[in-house]
Design a protein around this ligand. Structure first.
Ligand code: CAO
Length: 416
């Protein structure tokens, strides 16, 4: 079956998570993604947090499926020559090296354009070009702190907190994928390639858009009515950490269910949506709250919101998180059990939809990974294994027109 990105050749000069997440997704959708790795070493994640000795770590296998691996020392003249050939024949180069590394290698934007004016060069950096921190190297949590996520996450009496979700890494990779696809569509119209750049700080901030909304509201009004600090606490100059409060107009909180004393995930997220107030009161055995002036409207309820949550927790005390959601869903209440990674890994719906997939691997046997979160009516991405280091070196070189003798020479000089 043909795939939407068939025929698009991508030089994948990425490592760790931000870049690989982007190119992996493009590979699922049909692009020929050639991962260029340093001979003998490869992407550092092949070795990081290994669970089986001498076998590629899950960190690598879960971010590099459906790619081919070419080992190439791009600091050696012979390696540079191969890369130049590859650039002439490819559509996109994706990289997330530290600032200036590609230029130092000799592959400036001007040089790449000279080799192939249709080339799209897509980069991830920690900060955008010209930013006063533009020379910094950046990892996930650094980006979460720089992009506003950490200062607004966690509880008000604790330190800034980073999220477990890869807001700095994979999120930036997803932004980059949108940029690449946009540049490809643009190239169809203009015949020209271009540079696409995404910074991790900007990508985190893009997801913290509602917090910038809150900053402006706070400056105008001096309080934020949906935060736990209102109306009993105080507000400072900047958006505070709101614990588990709902970020929109619906108050919500993480509430204890049966077994919370021993199970760290025996909780649900409960949202008090206004139109469901009456059924919530009936379910809780509090019909007197339906019309009561202290509870009848969202504004009236806000000063009592933690008392309301306590009452809901009392109702939840004899229900597991799954039993609770099964009742609450009948009232059209937006809610979910707090699911552990173990529960997600074994969730039959996620398996059936292809969101959690089991992938065979030459050395480690099969492993679980997250498949495409994007579902199409005419495409079912098939998630294949990640490549071994240099697995496709000879094949890619042969595609570029190298003879077996020339390939042997490249091996001899350790350029590949
Ligand atoms: N052949 C020869 N040299 C190679 C090579 C190859 N195939 N592939 C990479 N290299 C070289 C680069 O040229 C560079 O050399 P110089 O520094 O001498 O110019 C070096 O390897 C890689 O440098 P780096 O700065 O990318 O690597 P690092 O481990 O020091 O830093 C990271 C890692 C992620 C902090 C940095 O790459 C970075 O800030 N990237 C941009 C932001 C980003 O994507 N971060 C997310 C990572 S996921 O958490």
């Amino acid at each position: 079956m043909s795939k939407p990105l068939d025929g698009i050749k991508i030089i994948d000069f990425t490592h760790v998570q931000a870049g690989p997440a982007c190119t992996q997704m493009l590979a699922w959708f049909g692009a020929d993604v050639i991962k260029v790795e340093r001979p003998g070493a490869g992407d550092v994640t092949r070795n990081q947090l290994r669970d089986i000795p001498n076998v590629d770590a899950l960190y690598f296998t879960m971010l590099n499926s459906n790619k081919r691996s070419l080992t190439l020392d791009t600091k050696k003249p012979e390696g540079k020559e191969v890369l130049e050939k590859l650039i002439r024949e490819s559509d996109v180069m994706v990289e997330n090296f530290g600032p200036g590394a590609l230029d130092r290698m000799g592959f400036t934007w001007e040089r790449i354009k000279e080799l192939n004016p249709k080339m799209i060069v897509a980069s991830v950096k920690g900060f955008s070009e010209g930013h006063h921190y533009g020379d910094l190297k950046v990892y996930e949590n650094v980006a979460q702190c720089a992009g506003g996520a950490a200062s607004t996450t966690g509880f008000w009496d604790g330190p800034p907190t980073v999220s477990a979700a890869a807001l700095g890494d994979s999120n930036t990779g997803m932004h980059l994928a949108i940029g690449i696809l946009t540049a490809l569509i643009s190239r169809d119209k203009t015949g020209k390639g271009q540079k696409v750049a995404v910074s991790m700080q900007d990508s985190v901030l893009n997801l913290c858009r509602v917090k910038l909304r809150d900053q402006q509201r706070l400056e105008r009004m001096g309080f934020l009515e949906e935060y736990p600090q209102y109306p009993h606490g105080t507000f400072g100059e900047a958006v505070p950490r709101g614990g588990n409060a709902g970020g929109g107009g619906q108050p919500g909180w993480v509430l204890k269910c049966k077994g919370w004393e021993t199970d760290p995930n025996a909780y649900i997220y409960f949202t008090v949506q206004d139109h469901a107030w009456e059924p919530i009161c009936r379910a809780l055995g509090k019909p007197e709250w339906i019309e009561h002036p202290d509870y009848a409207t969202p504004k009236a309820r806000q000063p009592h919101i933690f008392e309301i949550f306590k009452t809901i927790e009392a109702w939840l005390a004899d229900k597991t998180k799954f039993e609770a959601v099964d009742v609450l869903r009948t009232f059209d209440i937006p809610c979910s059990p707090v699911l552990s990674m173990k529960e997600l890994a074994n969730d039959p719906s996620l398996r059936a939809s292809g969101t959690i997939v089991e992938v065979p691997h030459k050395q480690r046997g099969s492993y679980l990974t997250v498949g495409s979160p994007i579902k199409f009516s005419d495409l079912k991405p098939e998630i294949k294994s990640s490549p071994l280091l240099g697995e496709h070196t000879d094949e890619v070189l042969a595609d570029l027109g190298y003879t077996p003798q020339q390939i042997a020479t490249l091996h001899e000089v350790r350029a590949v």
